[in-house]
Unconditional design. Sequence first.
Length: 95
Amino acid sequence: MKKTAKPILDVFIMMPFHEDFNDVYTTIKTTVEGIHDLGVNFHCYRLDEIKHPGDITKDLIEAIEKSHICIADLTGNNPNVMLSLIHISEPTRPY
């Protein structure tokens, strides 16, 4: 019997890009990508992992739009994370 590949769901993680949060990011990423019993695979990433020059706001919006799941770490009320949440809550986005 041929084994079919599981679909991959993108998980966009919105959190501060500071070394104090690296362990938190690693824990979230490892935990989510370690879930294997749902019939899908997960690919987690943060905005700072998008490696191309350009408009970071455009990259943010594209990451939100292409992701199946968004996770936000609101620790410290980081303004950039809050801005990300504003983009998610736009009424033109079908949630």
